[in-house]
Design a protein around this ligand. Structure first.
Ligand code: WTA
Length: 684
């Protein structure tokens, strides 16, 4: 697989490592969910597969919107008149905060909506009931409206750690129709500033600091730096709203800036008891922006709708995650990623469940921590990533057996999971008594594309499963031919039909949306028929004879580090800022815990010396511009990079070297001799 929608010459780049590892996996045995799970499952009627057959598209998506409360019912289910900008539930009006909070108050107001679990274990867990969430969201919403004069359609950037106030702020925005743009807390000030500029948002919501891996991190520092960097780019950030990690205190070393910085816990006191009626939002009004990496340098914002998105995540939470109001659900992802938006905040709250927000590192202060949380709160649904499972297994292989908890369902997401890791997850963490779903999807999709339906499909380690009800994938080869179904042959996975969770588009860049996701396999750019517009996911996949898909990894310039998407171009452009660097190429090196980790090959300008301090400068600039998640394993200073005759850097060859694999035939390169020289540098 060598394709990328944003790349025209079809040369392979970073794809090889993940794809090749996965291709060599063997077929695996099936596992079955316990009867105790099946009996109580939300979806156990096999008829669903018939109802959601492609010939019933789009009618079957009526079932999803019926899971929400609408102020005004929609009149047109799908408007596909302007491909590929699909619009769902036209004419419908609703509010996401109403659906996630108000509608539960009659029955569940005393139930925990959120549990905030601080990283320091001696701090008490905070349970926030639906009533308390209602109060806090209302007060914050009134504040945003009255004090900050924010209106429907304005953007607010939220750069916060994993705390309940993050969810409160998102829901407060949703209540008054303000579009939230949450930036992952671990991202740098530069990343935050870039996103503020792109989304044209002048309010930043942040926190003074937080705990991570036993250390107090000053987070306000990043806010000051964000404002400075945005100003440099000609963009004014007018207000910085600061939550106190310990309300009533301000624990940052950074000075408050008069007129700009607001300690919100104090300011909210004036709004005590205030309420605001939820805005009646159109189904296709934007609920939030979520930035993600693509093939080109600049991250792009997936723009998610209110009605389609919320319907989709509610249905997926109910059918695939099997969430019910009585469940205690823990997703260890960060709310700063799409998994956290859909499956910590919107999905579980829409269903009236209790959702856990854990501040810190899972293995802090020791490997027993996750299981103490599970035991104490009686968690019964657990959601995490292969990277977290691998690291938990490494540091505490026997810990789960020491604690008394029982999961009914467990979820994995974000990267391919090796069958061996899957089995450990199932047997040790799940005590061989839970259903496991391996969910494949993307930031752009809102919710799941492929997964088993836990009570209906057996599990198969290492395979995500068939598509979820309503999604109809197709695998194409490089030339646009359909690869026969269930043939076991790899190709580029696409989705034949639109679905309500799919983003509305890319914020401010409709052309990029079309080019990235549709151009490659669109059959006729003038067609008004959705059948001519398959959605190109950017992943390689194969379908086994039993209909299960195995995801082989990204086929574009994206690497998936510990389940987090990073653009190789983003990292490379950071490296190129360092004085003396001539060229940079980033590749994905296999890693025992994180799946892959970036490794960088750099050439220097003539006369510049390749020293340890140069390598350090390169690492520093990456951490500064993107964040510690992009920290490379190695920076290799090499005399030249392997190139094609047209001058394109062959990252695939570099990836083979980093992963100690055969580079294949390199004789057609412009400089084949460099391959051996680089291999020597790397193996030294
Ligand atoms: C990868 C995360 C294999 C895939 C929800 C996709 C997976 C990218 C799986 C999206 C899975 C996600 N098995 N690979 N179960 N889930 N991926 O946008 O390459 O952060 O394209 O969304 O993660 O990452 P994103």
């Amino acid at each position: 697989m060598t394709a990328s929608a944003e790349q025209d010459n079809g040369e392979s780049t970073t794809d090889t490592s993940t794809a090749e590892i996965a291709v060599y996996w063997q077929e695996e045995e099936y596992y079955h969910a316990p009867d105790s799970f099946i009996e109580q499952a939300n979806l156990k009627d096999r008829d669903v597969f018939k109802r959601f057959a492609l010939e019933n598209f789009p009618d079957y998506y009526k079932e999803f919107s019926a899971m929400l409360d609408w102020y005004q019912p929609w009149d047109t289910l799908l408007d596909s008149s302007n491909p590929p900008f699909w619009r769902w539930y036209i004419g419908g009006k609703l509010n996401a905060s109403f659906n996630c909070i108000d509608r539960h108050l009659d029955i569940h107001k005393n139930k925990a909506a959120l549990y905030f679990v601080p990283e320091p274990e001696d701090e008490p867990i905070a349970a926030i009931t639906y009533q308390e969430l209602y109060v806090r969201v209302n007060e914050m919403a009134v504040y945003l409206q009255e004090a900050l004069k924010l209106h429907r359609g304005d953007r607010v950037t939220i750069h916060m750690p994993m705390v309940a106030e993050l969810a409160v702020t998102m829901l407060a925005c949703a209540r008054i129709g303000v579009i939230h743009s949450v930036v992952f807390g671990g991202f740098s000030a530069q990343a935050c500033a870039d996103r503020m500029v792109d989304s044209d948002s002048s309010v930043l919501v942040t926190m003074d600091g937080y705990w991570r891996d036993g250390k107090w991190l000053d987070h306000k520092e990043k806010a000051d730096e964000t404002v400075r960097l945005a100003a440099e780019a000609g963009h004014a950030v007018d207000r910085v709203i600061i939550f106190g990690r310990y309300p009533g205190e301000y624990r940052s070393k950074c000075q408050l800036v008069d007129g700009r910085d607001i300690l919100i816990n104090d300011a909210l006191k004036a709004y005590d008891g205030r309420r605001v009626a939820p805005e009646h939002m159109d189904s296709n009004d934007t609920l939030f922006l979520m930035y993600t990496s693509g093939s080109t340098g600049k991250p792009k914002a997936a723009q998610h709708s209110t009605g389609g998105y919320l319907s989709y995540v509610t249905a997926m939470s109910k059918w695939i995650l099997d969430i019910k109001p009585e469940d205690v659900y823990w997703c260890m992802a960060d709310i700063g990623w799409i998994t956290g938006h859909s499956f910590i905040v919107y999905g579980p709250l829409s269903l009236g469940a209790s959702s856990i927000i854990y501040e810190g590192v899972p293995t802090c202060p020791d490997a027993g921590r996750p299981w103490r949380v599970a035991q104490r709160l009686d968690v019964n649904i657990f959601h995490t990533s292969p990277t977290a499972i691998r690291s938990i297994r490494k540091v505490g292989p026997d810990e789960p057996t020491k604690y008394n908890y029982k999961f009914k369902l467990m979820v994995t997401v974000g990267e391919p999971i090796e069958p061996d890791v899957w089995r450990w997850y199932y047997k040790v963490i799940g005590k061989a008594d839970a259903a496991v779903v391996d969910t494949w999807w993307q930031t752009e999709n809102g919710g799941f594309l492929c997964s088993t339906v836990p009570a209906l499909d057996p599990m198969k380690p290492g395979s995500t499963g068939p598509a979820v009800p309503g999604i109809h994938p197709v695998i194409y080869d490089e030339d646009g031919n359909e690869i026969p179904e269930k043939s076991g042959k790899g190709g580029n996975i696409c989705i034949r039909n639109p679905w309500p969770g799919l983003m509305l588009g890319i914020w401010g860049d409709p052309d990029r949306y079309v080019a990235t996701y549709y151009q490659r396999y669109c059959r006729d750019a003038t067609s008004k028929d959705w059948r001519d517009w398959p959605y190109f996911a950017g992943d390689g996949a194969m379908q086994a004879p039993d209909g299960y898909y195995r995801i082989l990894g990204r086929i574009d310039d994206v690497i998936n580090v510990a389940g987090h998407r990073l653009g190789t171009k983003e990292i490379e452009s950071a490296v190129l800022e360092v004085d003396g660097v001539a060229e940079a190429a980033v590749i994905a090196a296999s890693d025992e815990i994180k799946g892959v980790i970036p490794e960088i090959y750099v050439t220097l300008q003539p006369g510049v010396e390749g020293t340890g301090s140069m390598r350090q400068k390169i690492v520093d600039v990456i951490v500064r511009d993107i964040g510690p998640i992009a920290r490379p394993r190695n920076v290799w200073l090499v005399p030249d990079l392997p190139k094609t005759r047209s001058g394109k850097i062959m990252r695939r060859v570099l990836a083979s070297i980093s992963n100690s694999k055969d580079t294949g035939d390199v004789t057609s390169l412009a400089n084949p001799e460099i391959v051996e020289a680089i291999r020597k540098t790397v193996s030294r």
